[in-house]
Ligand binder design. Structure first.
Ligand SMILES: [Zn+2]
Length: 282
């Protein structure tokens, strides 16, 4: 099995929230008794974009005809070509859902890079197998981490890559529909432990979105047998697996539960990590 740790694969680079300052007014909590005034219809941006985002009720992810090039995943050019083709499948599968919200889904960029490369979100470090940069809506892949380890290993490398890119595309969705802006605001307050919990909600949701896409496209991507095992290995990996790292991506138990739910439902309806108890995002 590939030695790459998913915690690194899904390394999160936070978008700097420059466009939107946090509101100064306090918003009424759900437990506040409502009075019949015009303000009773007020819904906070957090309510609209995070807790009840329209994406959650936009239906199932589309099954799309996804034709991937049958090429060796051994060079930067090969990785780029494969990833761009796969990205087009993700875009076509998710766009009808985002079109049902008030947001737009423009395709993200796909950049195969090396450690030390400058990106829209800083320099690629050795921890960054892949990440999403909201500043320029780009997915960055440290490509030589994702090559076939030996000839004949292509299926495994390709399936692992499919999960990683689908996860990063999940962050793109969060960015485009307004979830990430609200997440960034939550990160501005609270203890380190509280911020880590918010980060786990964000990461587990991106993984659930990835699983929803792969569940919807299980047939077209032929995700059975060894491929299904590779997918599950990647999807279930938690930040508590040895060597345990920062608790920012969720435990094996949490990753397994959220990706299984997304895969089965084939829908972002199963991926609202923002309204569940802390125990479900451990
Ligand atoms: Zn991530």
């Amino acid at each position: 099995m590939r030695a790459a740790a998913l915690a690194g694969a899904a390394g999160l680079v936070l978008a700097v929230a420059g466009a939107c300052a946090p509101p100064n007014e306090t918003t009424s909590s759900p437990s506040t008794p409502t009075t019949v005034t015009s303000s009773s219809t007020y819904r906070s941006p957090e309510d609209i974009y995070l807790l009840n985002n329209a994406l959650y009720s936009a239906g199932q992810v589309q099954a799309v005809a996804c034709k991937l090039p049958d090429i060796a995943l051994q060079t930067q050019r090969g990785l780029q070509q494969y990833s761009v083709a796969y990205l087009d499948c993700l875009q076509r599968a998710w766009k009808p859902l985002v079109d049902r919200t008030d947001s737009l889904l423009t395709p993200p960029g796909l950049h195969t890079v090396n450690q030390g490369a400058r990106t829209g979100c800083g320099v690629v470090s050795d921890d960054d197998e892949a990440f999403y940069c909201g500043e320029n809506t780009g997915i960055y892949l440290d490509w030589d981490v994702h090559v076939e380890e030996e000839p004949g290993d292509r299926m495994e490398a390709g399936t692992y890559l499919q999960y990683v890119i689908a996860h990063e595309f999940g962050h793109h969705l969060q960015h485009m529909v307004g979830i990430s802006t609200q997440f960034d605001l939550r990160l501005e307050e609270g203890t380190e432990a509280a911020q880590l919990e918010q980060t786990r909600r964000h990461e587990l949701q991106a993984s659930c979105f990835a699983a929803a896409f792969l569940g919807a496209n299980q047939r077209t991507l032929d995700l059975h047998g060894i491929k299904l095992e590779v997918y599950q290995w990647a999807a279930y990996t938690g930040d508590d697996d040895p060597p345990a790292g920062t608790r920012d991506h969720g435990s094996r138990k949490s990753n397994t539960a959220w990706t299984n739910a997304g895969f089965k439902a084939k829908s972002p309806a199963a991926c609202n990590t923002w309204v569940v108890s802390s125990g479900r995002v451990s």
